[in-house]
Design a binder for this molecule. Structure first.
Ligand SMILES: [Zn+2]
Length: 264
């Protein structure tokens, strides 16, 4: 591990999702900073990501990022991606870093990553279903295409002794549990109750957690109905019913991962 490496951990730059919460910034929408085995990654930098990172008490310097990963092109997941590329590379004067994104975030009618910025990076990689990728010391996969508007993938990260999965926006399907089984599971739970939207609600999240049986499940990406239900209460109820440690993410919070390592 590199000198001065951060401990393995997750900082939630934002925990809000969907239109109203993001438009009003009832919760921030800055995405997730993931430190694993000395490699720094940023997932889904929605609006406010750069501000939240530079203002974080954990000293999250964007120029230390090795990779930026977009699960999909929706604004609450990608709104700050261009700012971040500028910040990582000091406006292209210190080119480095990798961007991973689905094809429709990069090409087609409405790409969300400015073309002139792409050359500032070492590499821009198109994600594919079943793909396996390496960035720094981390290997990750996109195990399955999600059921959500556009092209959407979640991620399953692995470093020796520790796996972390990120279940990005999707409608529920039972196989999700098999694809994302990991020591730590981060799950985007937009809705409290069932709806017509292509998002997980809290009871589906509970079913997933019960099937996946991670050492820790973290709920995030809350829409209005989840905020009204108080995410920390929802997490406690799921925890009580499944016997699994479940917590609700909050803006700016860091979760250290050492205790969730698989020591076997
Ligand atoms: Zn979405």
């Amino acid at each position: 591990m590199a000198q001065n490496a951060r401990p393995d951990g997750i900082v939630f730059l934002g925990t809000g999702g969907a239109r109203i919460v993001v438009a009003r910034q009832l919760r921030s929408s800055g995405g997730i900073w993931l430190s694993l085995a000395g490699t720094e990654l940023l997932l889904d930098p929605g609006p406010g990501s750069l501000v939240k990172m530079t203002g974080s008490r954990f000293h999250l310097d964007p120029s230390r990022l090795s990779g930026v990963l977009l699960s999909h092109r929706h604004l609450d997941h990608s709104g700050d991606v261009n700012n971040i590329i500028e910040a990582i590379t000091f406006g292209g004067t210190r080119p480095h870093g990798m961007l991973f994104a689905p094809d429709d975030a990069l090409e087609g009618e409405d790409p969300v990553v400015f073309r002139y910025l792409r050359g500032f990076l070492d590499k821009v990689v198109r994600l594919e279903e079943g793909g396996e990728y390496r960035v720094g010391n981390v290997v990750f996969t996109c195990p399955v295409r999600h059921r959500h508007r556009g092209e959407v993938y979640g991620f399953r990260f692995a470093v020796p002794g520790l796996s972390v999965s990120y279940v990005a926006d999707t409608a529920f399907f039972a196989e999700l549990a098999d694809f994302y089984r990991a020591d730590v599971a981060i799950i985007n739970v937009v809705r409290h109750q069932a709806s017509e939207l292509d998002h997980l609600h809290s009871f589906e999240a509970e079913e997933l957690i019960g099937r996946m049986r991670p050492r820790l499940a973290v709920l995030t990406h809350f829409g209005m109905t989840m905020l009204k239900a108080k995410p920390w209460l929802v997490a406690r109820e799921i925890s009580n019913r499944t016997g699994i440690k479940v917590i609700a993410a909050s803006d700016g919070r860091r979760i250290l991962l050492e205790e969730y390592r698989d020591a076997s």
